[in-house]
Design a protein around this ligand. Structure first.
Ligand code: MLT
Length: 406
């Protein structure tokens, strides 16, 4: 009789956003008269920018003509996009990254989840707590996290680095040396950031213990403060120890279009001198047939001057929402964090409510959906996340309802 991968049975419940989706669906069924406003999952609401849409239309037409038709894409990405990314995202910032160190994919979620496959089963992972659930869950599926303690909401073999109001949401370097360190900057879910000086410490520490930093920079385009780096390669030495994940979802509204990339510098090697670059190329080429031509042309268009202007306006729109949420909640007596360099606002739940109690209270009383902090890790308990990705009108309406309940 066949056997399944037992690691899957150790996973608690369902993926966070599936659980929330089910709860909201049940609420809507029970209250068909209520208009639910979602400030929960970080999904964009602004349409694809005109300059990008034009590039997509052109690529669609090319696909209809035998002379310009494209079949399978190169598995690691088209040269035109890899070159553009290397030039615009890295060399323009003084970072020495080559086009062939960039691997195009259909998004950062898959890359963040898949990258762990090329590491040994006994690698020890360190994560910020709270954290984007994909890092931990994907390592749990691979059997790298021990067993799950439902009481504590923790895995026995994961190094958790608490990020709370008490430490300014800055993780402490772990006492036990990790092999893989996941960092998300600007951070999902707290919306807070690490400065270049703070990242420098992480790079130094990773190099001293022979660890790799798996750096998720999906929210890079929301950075407004000068001391927060746009890529980890702005930090000297990072090219020797850090892999960077990037997404077109949040900067260009591609959550439904799907495009992302991983940067794997050629110099990062394991204890036996094996380079990650070659292994990831092998893995990617074996399991992935390349992001579609039309979508990669859309990605290339993201870097045109017209698109940059249009996307800058979208980011400004979302960040105006973030400011409105921060100000509105502060006025209503909430303690809020984040929302300055990221489209997430992280609030302390009032009156000692647990994160899920607050979720239910907000849904029942205001028909507003957010994300319980405890869903991101045990140190997220007593916190709650709202996204700034809604429409301005919905944000105003949601704030009015929340204030009405305070
Ligand atoms: C979130 O809400 O945390 C994000 O939308 C998740 C994601 O980007 O996959």
């Amino acid at each position: 009789m066949f056997r399944i991968n037992d690691n899957y049975t150790k996973l608690p419940g369902s993926y966070l956003f599936s659980t929330i989706g089910k709860k909201v669906a049940a609420y809507k069924q029970a209250h068909p008269d209520k208009r639910v406003i979602s400030l929960g999952i970080g999904d964009v609401t602004q349409p694809i920018a005109p300059a990008i849409l034009a590039a997509m239309h052109k690529a669609v037409d090319e696909m209809g003509d035998a002379a310009t038709f494209h079949g399978y894409a190169p598995d690691l990405g088209y040269g035109f996009l890899r070159e553009t990314i290397a030039r615009e995202d890295y060399r323009a910032r003084g970072c020495d990254i080559d086009a062939d160190e960039i691997f195009i994919s259909d998004g950062a979620k898959c890359d963040c989840g898949n990258f762990q496959e090329i590491f040994s089963d006994d690698c020890k992972i360190a994560v910020c707590d709270p954290v984007y659930p994909v890092y931990v869950d994907s390592n749990a599926m691979a059997g790298r996290t021990g067993s799950y303690d439902a009481g504590l909401g923790m895995w026995t073999d994961v190094i958790y680095m608490p990020c709370t109001a008490e430490n300014g949401f800055v993780p402490e370097l772990p006492k036990t040396a990790p092999d893989l360190i996941y960092l998300c900057n600007p951070n999902n879910p707290t919306g807070t950031t690490l400065t270049k000086a703070q990242l420098q410490e992480w790079v130094g520490s990773a190099k001293s213990v022979g660890a790799v930093i798996l750096y998720d920079a999906a929210y890079e385009s929301y950075i407004s403060e000068a001391d927060v780096p746009h890529t980890i390669y702005e930090v000297p030495g990072a090219v020797d120890c850090a892999v960077e994940f990037r997404s077109f979802s949040k900067n260009a509204g591609f959550t439904g279009v799907r495009l992302g990339f991983v940067v794997v510098p050629k110099g990062i090697k394991d204890g036996n001198g094996v380079a990650l670059h070659g292994l990831w190329a092998r893995r990617h080429g074996t399991k992935y047939n390349g992001a579609p031509y039309i979508i990669q042309r859309a990605g290339e268009a993201v870097y045109t001057p017209e698109a940059r202007t249009q996307l800058g306006a979208q980011v400004a729109y979302y960040m105006a929402n973030a400011a409105a949420i921060r100000d509105g909640l502060t006025e209503a007596g909430y303690k809020v964090y984040g929302g300055v360099n990221a489209p997430y606002i992280w609030l302390k739940t009032p009156d000692g409510m647990s994160s899920w109690e607050f979720f239910d209270w907000l849904l029942e009383g205001a028909s507003v959906v957010g994300t319980p902090g405890s869903g991101f890790g045990p140190s997220g308990e007593g916190y709650f996340r709202l996204t700034a990705f809604g429409s301005k009108e919905n944000v105003a309406e949601a704030l009015g309802r929340i204030k009405g309940m305070a």
